[in-house]
Design a binder for this molecule. Structure first.
Ligand code: SF4
Length: 402
């Protein structure tokens, strides 16, 4: 009898404990962290992201982990991010693998001191295959990273020369193979629409890709940002830049060929095998919050945009999204995805106006266009800006923010 009572007590306290845990985990929100590492060996002529070249960098490389730690502590306090668990960590840049491995290890340690880490937390590190060594990658894998993202841009030597980049195919193969051996997802990033690039250059890259055990690919159209050398080259007609028609042909070649290779085109510029999507980026495209830390890092938190400055000395610039802007943030990401948007996510009156307009659009641009969902297809993604602007205008009008 006594032991039976003891058992009941033990069982009830176990249930109580489990209930508490369920309540705790239900209340626990997911936190997605972006950590900007602002160092590069050299500045690429097309790049507009903030990065500096050590040893001239404003913030010393060997103590950058401490700057990040302070920034994370400050933002956790300011935005009351107590009841959160870390669901993804993304080391972007810059070239995060220029940091001494001990600094990266310290950053992960600081994060664990601030928040619990969710099971299956995705930890991505961006890198440049030219400077990443196999030894460094082994250390990275020992730290528990789950994804490596390598910036390639192009494998074609004459284009690499223009971009002042080096990505040796056999070196990339070694890096990717090591990831595969350790069951770590690996993706490559490319740019198309490059000066002097033609369809054959892209075909050659697509051929090489087939030789690699990859789980993820990004193909971004070249953007010409003011203040970058590549923008000046275009203005000065230093090289032949593909015309818009050729860029469309490149986009079409990419998705048609990659589909034949078994890739899922899950986002306007991104492809995955076996549903190995970038969870961190997916969270961003879904319009959810993320916390950015480090020099020039941006965050989206509680309907606010928070933008760090370059030296982390002055407080970040903050801007609260208006209702229309907040809705457009959602539209911007969801229209990029092959799951599109749900009209039930909008206020009824706004959804009705959107549905009415969408009903006039050509079926050829949509995977789905009905009372529930709006999903662009590859044809429609070519007109992404047009559809986004049309829906954005409805939002501004609806909320009286025109
Ligand atoms: S390595 Fe990457 S982040 Fe650095 S300058 Fe080049 S493109 Fe920009």
């Amino acid at each position: 009898m006594a032991s039976g009572q003891a058992k009941r007590v033990a069982l009830s306290s176990l249930i109580h404990y489990n209930e508490l845990n369920i309540i705790k985990s239900e209340a626990m929100k997911d936190l997605h962290l972006y950590l900007h590492i602002p160092y590069c060996q050299a500045k690429c002529p097309y790049c507009h992201f903030f990065s500096e070249t050590p040893p001239q960098a404003t913030l010393p490389l060997n103590s950058y982990a401490q700057y990040l730690q302070q920034d994370l502590i400050q933002k956790k306090r300011e935005f009351s991010l107590n009841n959160h668990q870390v669901k993804s960590i993304y080391f972007g840049g810059g070239t995060p693998t220029l940091l001494p491995i001990q600094e990266l290890s310290d950053i992960l340690f600081y994060i664990q001191q601030l928040w619990p880490i969710a099971p299956h937390c995705e930890i991505t590190v961006e890198s440049n295959p030219h400077s990443l060594t196999l030894i460094y990658l082994k250390h990275l894998l020992n730290l528990g990273i789950t994804r490596l993202s390598l910036g390639i841009q192009t494998f074609q030597p004459h284009l690499q020369e223009i971009l002042q980049r080096k990505a040796d195919f056999s070196k990339v193969k070694e890096l990717v193979t090591l990831c595969q051996e350790k069951s770590v997802a690996c993706g490559l990033d490319f740019i198309y629409g490059l000066p002097e690039q033609n369809l054959d250059d892209l075909r050659a890259d697509l051929q090489l890709i087939q030789e690699l055990p990859l789980s993820h690919l990004s193909f971004y159209e070249l953007e010409l940002h003011e203040g970058t050398p590549i923008k000046d080259w275009k203005d000065q007609q230093k090289y032949n830049f593909p015309e818009q028609e050729q860029i469309i042909e490149m986009y079409q070649l990419l998705y048609q060929e990659l589909k034949k290779q078994g890739w899922e085109h899950y986002e306007i510029s991104n492809y995955a095998k076996n549903k190995q999507y970038s969870q961190h980026n997916l969270n961003f495209w879904l319009g959810n919050d993320y916390l950015g830390a480090g020099a020039s890092a941006g965050s989206r938190l509680y309907a606010q945009s928070v933008q760090n400055n370059h030296n982390l000395k002055n407080p970040p610039d903050k801007q609260t999204f208006t209702k229309a802007e907040n809705t457009i943030q959602y539209l911007m990401g969801r229209l990029r995805l092959n799951i599109g948007l749900d009209f039930k996510d909008f206020e009824t009156g706004l959804a009705e106006q959107m549905q009415k307009l969408a009903g006039t659009w050509p079926a050829v641009d949509f995977q789905e266009n009905n009372q529930e969902k709006l999903i662009l297809n590859e044809n429609g993604w070519l007109k992404y800006d047009y559809y986004l602007n049309e829906l954005a205008q409805i939002c501004y009008d609806y909320y009286g923010e025109s």
